[in-house]
Design a protein around this ligand. Structure first.
Ligand code: MN
Length: 151
């Protein structure tokens, strides 16, 4: 099943709210996504019809196991892209915002390579030289000299 970008955003928002507070109230979902209450009602109904979300007592929203799996995958994709952008020294706030922009569109193969790269970087015992050089380059506009072997 192909989800719309908007459904993916809702699932992710509901998932994050449940993680944070233990439940997702429609008004919190609305605030999280900067949308109106009627929009939340419409979308949660659609997600319910698709078997991804459930209305609980007092109008709380939870996810079905299938909805939760999609939401968790979305969050992983988001976090991976945001980390990748941070490695490229994109400011934190922008990395988070742009991760949300592109998380819906990237091919899984691309995300997988982002993930491999991010994990590889996280495994390194110390900051590699090329990262230091890259920071220096971004800061000064001057690329450190190439060090060629003699001969
Ligand atoms: Mn996101």
């Amino acid at each position: 099943m192909r989800l719309t970008r908007s459904s993916e955003d809702y699932l992710e928002a509901i998932y994050l709210l449940i993680q944070e507070k233990g439940y997702a109230r429609p008004k919190d979902i609305a605030a999280h996504l900067s949308v109106t209450s009627p929009s939340v009602t419409d979308m949660v109904k659609r997600l319910t019809d698709e078997g991804l979300a459930v209305y609980e007592r007092y109008g709380m929203v939870t996810l079905t196991p299938r909805g939760e799996k999609i939401a968790r995958d979305m969050k992983t994709r988001h976090d991976t892209i945001a980390k990748m952008l941070r490695i490229l020294l994109v400011p934190d706030e922008i990395a988070r915002k742009d991760a949300c922009e592109i998380e819906h569109n990237l091919d899984p193969a691309t995300v997988e390579q982002f993930r491999n790269f991010v994990r590889f970087m996280e495994c390194l015992p110390e900051e590699p030289r090329w990262v230091q050089n890259f920071k220096e380059y971004c800061r000064t506009g001057v690329a450190p000299k190439c060090k060629r072997m003699k001969g």
